[in-house]
Design a protein around this ligand. Structure first.
Ligand code: ATP
Length: 438
């Protein structure tokens, strides 16, 4: 178990402006969350890090941004209308509802402790349904997408044609997905509206196993490269009875959450199930034409499907640290600099106009390079504490000596070491410290 509790992170997230409960002034909306000024930067940084690793730094993967609303046929073909369900049970004593497959003891209600009081399980479809246009009848039903992947499959032929890609190649997409989860919870771990980062990698069928192994290692390494502790991340192959009927193999990247190991990302060999299903239903030929061999075939698909909101949460948990400094507890988020919402804080020692003027000058010179924050409130000690708690790698302090020597103090979040640096060379100095990390 990790030492930080869910409550500690949720409180810090709320207090510092990472995450607020949605609709809070109306009493909140269960399982929905709003991301505040720091949270939105963190999400953006995780999203950018993924996009960079998956799209920008590779020549075999391209991006896509498909619509959240698609023809209802998409979800019929993919099997979501018929079987994207979870088994729902209700306790007849306390009326709480649960997902049967997630209960520790399938015979005992975790709400009231009663035994043998569950109703027979009912298959509950997780898709949010609505209507397109003014007429509310079944011919106008549309679904909010429960995953981004299907938007990729239905654009497979478009991308092959326009981006001139040939297997092995991938299509990556980041965006919102919606699932009417029976039991959302554990803060932002399981919500009804969330963001996913998915990539479908199309390969010749006989290379599928090799690429599956490749993506397992790539995806695990991605979390570690962004600072997650090695002993908090593991790969767990699914048991045969956990596998989706179309999958030839699936493993989860798991993180050691405060409640134990749980899924961050699923990596599956989806075979040619999706392309075939859409080809059959739409009547379009979705086979890839291999010119050299003069043959058409359905590529197999290896899919790493990650949660953006869930992994941002895991990065927060993993970064949380407390240490004793001078008899007091210092809370510090040791976020990787690439993920840190604010890269540099600029803090005048006091609110004296001379100092504030120089602070604005220093801030102006840094702003074009990094996301910075100027903070003139409260004592310098409290401001350092705030920057530590939000994971800012460096704080630049403008003090009275600055007015004489035109130098500032650079404080390192992790070591708390302070260095005096001339204002004229500050950008270069910080650039050196961030070298290879942003
Ligand atoms: P579970 O079985 O836990 O409901 P899943 O295995 O169906 O989830 P996938 O369909 O594989 O999840 O989704 C891929 C990723 O999307 C998950 O690993 C997770 O990071 C993220 N994800 C899925 N559902 C949610 C949710 N309700 N809230 C937040 N993130 C989610």
């Amino acid at each position: 178990m990790t030492s930080v509790t869910l409550e500690t992170i949720a409180n810090l997230a709320k207090k510092r402006g990472f995450v607020y409960p949605a609709s809070e002034i109306y009493g909140g909306l269960r399982s929905a969350w709003d991301y505040g000024p720091l949270g939105v930067e963190l999400l953006r940084n995780v999203r950018e890090a993924w996009w960079r690793a998956m799209v920008r730094e590779r020549d075999d993967i391209v991006g896509l941004d498909s619509s959240i609303l698609q023809a209802a046929e998409v979800w019929v073909a993919s099997g979501h209308v018929s079987s994207f369900t979870d088994p729902l049970v209700e306790c007849t004593t306390c009326n709480n509802r649960y997902r049967l497959d997630k209960l520790e003891d399938p015979d005992q209600c975790p709400g009231c402790g009663s035994r043998g009081t569950f109703t027979a399980p009912k298959q509950f479809n997780l898709m949010f349904k609505t209507f397109m246009g003014p007429v509310e009848d079944s011919s106008h039903t549309v679904y909010l997408r429960p995953e981004t992947a299907q938007g990729i499959f239905i654009n497979f032929a478009n991308v092959v044609r326009t981006a001139r890609m040939r297997p092995p190649f991938g299509i990556a997409q980041i965006g919102k997905s919606f699932r009417n989860e029976i039991t959302p919870g554990q803060f932002v771990f399981r919500t009804r509206e969330f963001e996913q980062m998915e990539m479908e990698f199309f390969v010749p069928p006989d290379e599928a196993e090799e690429w599956y192994r490749y993506w397992l290692e790539e995806r695990r390494s991605w979390y570690l490269a962004l600072g997650m502790k090695e002993d908090h991340v593991r790969l767990r192959p699914h048991d045969a009875d956990e596998l989706a009927h179309y999958a030839a193999g699936c493993s989860d990247v798991e993180y050691l959450f405060p409640w134990g190991w749980d899924e961050l990302e699923g990596i599956a060999n989806r075979t040619d199930f999706d392309l075939k299903a859409h080809a059959e239903r739409s009547g379009e030929d979705l086979r890839f034409y291999d010119q050299a061999a003069d043959e058409r075939y359905y590529p197999y698909v290896i899919e790493p499907a990650a949660g953006l909101t869930r992994s941002a949460f895991a990065f927060l948990l993993d970064a949380y640290d407390e240490e004793e400094v001078g008899g007091e507890t210092r809370v510090v988020l040791r976020l990787h600099p690439r993920l840190a919402p604010i890269k540099v804080a600029v803090l005048p020692l006091s609110k004296k106009p001379d100092l504030v003027d120089v602070t604005q000058e220093v801030a102006g010179s840094l702003r074009g390079h990094w996301n910075i924050e100027v903070d003139v409130t409260q004592s310098i000690g409290r401001r350092y504490r705030r920057q530590d708690e939000i994971g800012t790698p460096y704080a630049v302090t403008v003090d009275f000596d600055t007015l004489e020597d035109r130098a500032v103090t650079v404080r390192d979040r992790d070591t708390m070491a302070q260095d005096r640096v001339p204002i004229e060379g500050l950008v270069e100095h910080l650039r050196g410290r961030f070298e290879g990390l942003l």
